[in-house]
Write a protein that binds this ligand. Structure first.
Ligand SMILES: Cc1cc2nc3c(=O)[nH]c(=O)nc-3n(C[C@H](O)[C@H](O)[C@H](O)COP(=O)(O)OP(=O)(O)OC[C@H]3O[C@@H](n4cnc5c(N)ncnc54)[C@H](O)[C@@H]3O)c2cc1C
Length: 403
């Protein structure tokens, strides 16, 4: 078996990479260890509506709900609202992630990519020191599949990166432990995504309520692994649900548990091997959202692979254009939000409340973490600085203001 490119993993990052490479004429194989693309779902299923401009998904089967805005609650339940009427089209969707992933795969297949499910990558093929393909297990059969370029789109637990000696190890302080119920028969009616902050509610993270339709929502929690013990995420989520009169009589139709990297990205090109999506740690360190970066990064990777195959140049030097372009697209944002994540971790609930009180009257012209950060820095130029543990970030906060 010989392909121009093998993509390991059929999540959004893998399928979008495969699609854009295939559209450029590349012979692509996507291998997926699961038996069905997109199943089981491991996601809160929230995504920004800016994807409307990206021509990634056709039709609307993948949309569970269009959001009118977002509400962020501080520990004392002060609410900061980012509403659609102020935000134009910047609000989000809640999606059906299984259909979302399958639609992205369908687009890749339409462009010419081949998919193999029940096929787990178990190592790299090498000749001398060169990576020449993937060794995979398809049911009970061991396959050796050759390719000029290998893509690791194998998610948060990425092995492909490790096999290429890329340091993908995640520190517990850079990993969110998450769990989520999809609750039905609840009293959540309007189309607002809700976020609940506070050290008691979700240490180093937040609780989310993402409506999927009338009386049904994803209710989940992410907490920082370095601040949690075994079973803590589920316990805190159960406590939260019991205390909320709208949610406590709900019935779960799905429960899931997973992890999200909230780290700085790793090296994403080594020889003829690329990492995309969660494998590359392309996740927003504040929100834990990775979907938009999977689509942006996957498109860039697919396009560069297309050029490499056309020019028959599979060197690290040529493929590094991928790293250069994703850094231009969203590298700065991840870097900045990683710093802000560390600042937020140092803050106590009293400070969160104080900030929320002062943001209540602000009319936000966009729904984004950047808009929030800008407002906080503008409103509290000294507040953040005054807090002793934060002084080490003084210069970095100045950089945020200037940007
Ligand atoms: C609880 C939770 C809630 C989240 N909520 C949101 C949210 O609301 N919005 C948002 O934007 N992001 C959210 N995220 C993050 C988002 O889900 C990820 O950023 C996204 O799924 C990453 O896509 P990916 O394609 O990189 O990896 P994945 O979607 O993880 O896909 C990786 C694929 O690779 C396959 N694979 C792995 N190893 C192998 C192997 N050896 N061989 C073959 N196949 C392999 C896996 O089976 C999987 O299908 C959430 C994550 C979690 C855990």
């Amino acid at each position: 078996m010989k392909y121009d490119t093998i993509v390991v993993g059929s999540g959004p990052a893998g399928s979008v990479t495969a699609r854009f490479a295939a559209e450029a004429g590349v012979k692509v194989l996507v291998i997926e260890r699961r038996s069905e693309v997109g199943v089981p779902v491991l996601c809160g299923e929230g995504i920004s509506r800016k994807i409307d401009d990206w021509d990634m998904l056709e039709g609307d089967r993948w949309i569970a709900g269009k959001m009118d805005g977002a509400r962020i609650y501080s520990p004392d339940k002060t609410c900061v609202t980012l509403a659609a009427e102020q935000a134009g089209n910047e609000t989000g969707y809640v999606v059906y992630r299984d259909i979302f992933d399958q639609e992205l795969a369908r687009r890749a297949i339409k462009a010419g990519a081949e998919y193999m499910t029940n096929t787990q990558a178990i190592g790299l093929l090498k000749k001398k020191d060169n990576i020449t393909g993937i060794k995979a297990k398809h049911f009970d059969e061991i396959l050796e599949i050759e390719a000029d370029i290998i893509v690791g789109a194998d998610g948060v637990d990425s092995k492909v990166g490790q096999w290429a000696n890329i340091n993908t190890r995640l520190d517990p302080k850079d990993l969110e432990t998450c769990c989520q119920y999809t609750l039905s028969n609840i009293d959540v009616k309007d189309a607002y995504c809700e976020f609940y902050l506070g050290k008691e509610i979700a240490p180093g993270g937040y609780v989310w309520v993402f409506p999927k339709g009338p009386n049904i929502a994803n209710v989940g929690i992410g907490i920082l692994a370095s601040l949690s013990e075994s079973g803590m995420a589920k316990k805190l989520l159960d406590d939260f649900i019991q205390k909320d009169p709208r949610l406590k009589n709900g019935s779960p139709i799905r429960f899931l548990a997973g992890a999200v990297p909230v780290a700085n990205p790793v090296e994403t090109v080594r020889d003829n091997l690329l990492l995309v999506g969660d494998a590359a740690r392309h996740v927003d360190p504040i929100t834990g959202g990775g979907l938009t970066h999977c689509l942006e990064g996957g498109k860039i990777a697919g396009e560069i692979i297309g050029k490499a195959v056309e020019e028959k140049d599979f060197t690290q030097d040529f493929l590094s254009e991928y790293e250069k372009r994703w850094k231009e697209a969203f590298g700065q944002k991840i870097k900045r939000n990683y710093i802000v994540k560390e600042i937020l971790l140092d803050m106590n609930d009293k400070t969160f409340n104080k900030i929320a009180h002062s943001l209540q009257e602000i009319v936000f012209d966009e729904i984004s973490t950047y808009a929030l950060i800008k407002a906080v820095v503008k409103k509290h130029p000294t507040l953040m600085m005054k807090l002793a543990p934060l002084l080490k970030y003084r210069k970095k906060i100045k950089e945020i203001e200037v940007e």
